[in-house]
Design a protein around this ligand. Structure first.
Ligand SMILES: *[C@@H]1O[C@H](CO)[C@@H](O)[C@H](O)[C@H]1NC(C)=O
Ligand SMILES: *[C@@H]1O[C@H](CO)[C@@H](O)[C@H](O)[C@H]1NC(C)=O
Ligand SMILES: *[C@@H]1O[C@H](CO)[C@@H](O)[C@H](O)[C@H]1NC(C)=O
Ligand SMILES: *[C@@H]1O[C@H](CO)[C@@H](O)[C@H](O)[C@H]1NC(C)=O
Ligand SMILES: *[C@@H]1O[C@H](CO)[C@@H](O)[C@H](O)[C@H]1NC(C)=O
Length: 438
């Protein structure tokens, strides 16, 4: 009896401090106005429920496109510090996340986590057919939709891991809702009253993603993960207007430095780990913050000098943000940059190819830097939709933010986007896109 009591007492502190399971879900190309908690016309009941019972993150920023945002989630560094600040990685291009950056799952592994990724990588070689189970090229059964493939593999992982034996990090970067615009008809039918075909399909894709998240959370719950789990949901960038995404009321879209390209839909959910829930958090966060936030939560220590900062107090308890500034991007190839300091946002050069408020015509605008003044200043608190350039009224603020961009520019590494390399041709690799050529 005495022995049992002592054992329980010794175990107790360990049990209560067990590192949590972390499930990090990334939607691809999901627009600001494309989820139920922003737009009543959207059918996303599973996401809505998690968001409304968790914390809706209303000022969480991402990069304007896929690869740079994924770089942030993986490393905690801005892409202008890893060479991935210019667009996505294209096929045949020996561009990649440099191997000397330790990724979040690598760090979590050191802390005893079992780590799994199911979904899209996009941080080195891609294009053509490049879908694998471990290292083996994988072909799902013909006609299976990717949201189902990813959910089903995620559930297999959840069923194979013992939640009491080891903490789990499950990274789920879905293909949904990136183009091509395709979805099983049953999801499209939900939006039968939308007259535009592309919008109807795109919305159906979102509802399929929502169902996948619902299935995954059910599996987590029935396996006992939810007693000690944090679920993060974020988009990788704003919605592209050319796939009928909708970022209203924000300006711009995917690929641009406007808020519509960079202010990402996001929330966190947990049964047990959040002290303050069921509200909209407006504190400033950036995609680079997830790395130090989650690593600290897991009991680790981020490296000094990382761009990301630990935001756990903000996320779990609504404390003021640990940052007052972030860099939207610095891209020497596009010759543009943007920074936020407090309420102010300074854009240098052209913000990108979509400059209106979605829905926009499904075409790329031709944009040159000369169409814009060299610097535009917006007060994002007073004018979150970027209607009023106030640079002329506030030359002092412009100067101060310019200095901050220039300071960060001195630390930037060159963008690493080499020309296409024929050695990458899938014909050398049994018809699949494969590593080993660069
Ligand atoms: C379609 O129906 C939903 C739900 O009834 C409604 O909220 C939405 O506004 C409708 N959309 C259109 C385009 O009529
Ligand atoms: C969330 O952000 C949107 C878009 O910028 C804004 O319209 C809305 O007022 C914000 N919500 C809160 C609670 O601040
Ligand atoms: C990785 O290497 C690059 C290029 O040498 C360097 O700029 C960067 O600081 C290194 N990063 C880390 C985290 O070691
Ligand atoms: C995948 O690779 C890991 C690491 O080598 C191994 O432990 C696991 O069993 C593999 N899984 C499958 C299904 O091949
Ligand atoms: C979710 O689970 C249901 C019931 O098993 C299944 O019919 C459906 O296809 C699943 N959806 C996704 C997106 O995985």
């Amino acid at each position: 009896m005495l022995f049992v009591t002592l054992t329980l007492l010794t175990l107790l502190p360990y049990v209560t401090c067990k590192p949590p399971h972390i499930i990090f879900i990334v939607a691809d190309d999901l627009g600001w106005n494309d989820v139920g908690w922003h737009n009543d016309a959207m059918y996303t009941p599973n996401l809505d429920k998690l968001a409304s019972n968790g914390v809706i993150l209303n000022s969480t920023y991402v990069q304007p496109v896929c690869s740079p945002s994924r770089n942030c989630f993986m490393t905690g560094y801005y892409p202008f510090h890893t060479g991935l600040q210019h667009l996505v990685i294209f096929p045949e291009q020996a561009a990649y996340l440099p191997a000397n950056f330790t990724t979040l799952p690598q760090k979590l592994k050191e802390l005893g986590y079992v780590t799994h990724m199911v979904g899209k990588w996009h941080l080195g070689f891609l294009g053509g057919y490049d879908f694998r189970f471990n290292t083996t090229v994988f072909h799902p059964s013909k006609g299976e939709y990717s949201a189902h493939t990813i959910a089903s593999r995620a559930i297999d992982v959840i069923n194979a891991v013992d939640p009491d034996a080891q903490p789990m990090y499950l990274y789920l970067p879905f293909q949904s809702v990136h183009d091509p615009l395709e979805v099983p008809e049953s999801y499209e039918r939900i939006y039968a009253n939308i007259s535009t075909k592309s919008r109807r399909t795109y919305c159906g894709m979102i509802s399929a993603l929502d169902e996948a998240v619902g299935n995954i959370t059910s599996a987590l719950r029935s396996r006992g993960f939810m007693d000690n789990a944090l679920l993060v949901f974020t988009t990788d960038n704003g919605g592209p207007s050319y796939t009928a995404a909708n970022n209203l009321p924000l300006r711009g879209a995917k690929t641009t430095l406007w808020e519509g390209g960079t202010k990402g839909v996001a929330f966190v959910y947990s049964d047990t780990l959040l002290k303050k829930t069921k509200y909209t958090n407006t504190e400033m966060m950036h995609a680079v913050d997830w790395f130090p936030t989650l690593l600290t939560l897991a009991g680790g220590k981020p490296d000094a000098g990382m761009d990301g900062v630990n935001q756990w107090a903000t996320v779990s308890n609504g404390a003021p943000s640990a940052r007052t500034e972030f860099v939207y991007n610095i891209d020497e190839i596009d010759k543009n940059a943007a920074i936020r300091v407090g309420q102010y946002k300074l854009i240098e050069g052209s913000p990108g190819a979509f400059n209106g408020w979605t829905p926009l015509p499904p075409m790329l605008e031709t944009v040159v830097n000369e169409m814009f003044p060299p610097y535009q200043l917006f007060d994002i608190d007073a004018d979150p939709t970027e209607h009023f350039d106030i640079a002329d009224q506030h030359p002092d603020v412009v100067k101060r933010l310019q200095d901050r961009i220039n300071f960060h520019r001195t630390t930037a590494v060159p963008a690493n986007y080499p020309l296409p390399d024929p050695a990458s041709n899938p014909k050398h690799f049994g018809g699949n896109w494969s590593p080993g050529w660069c």
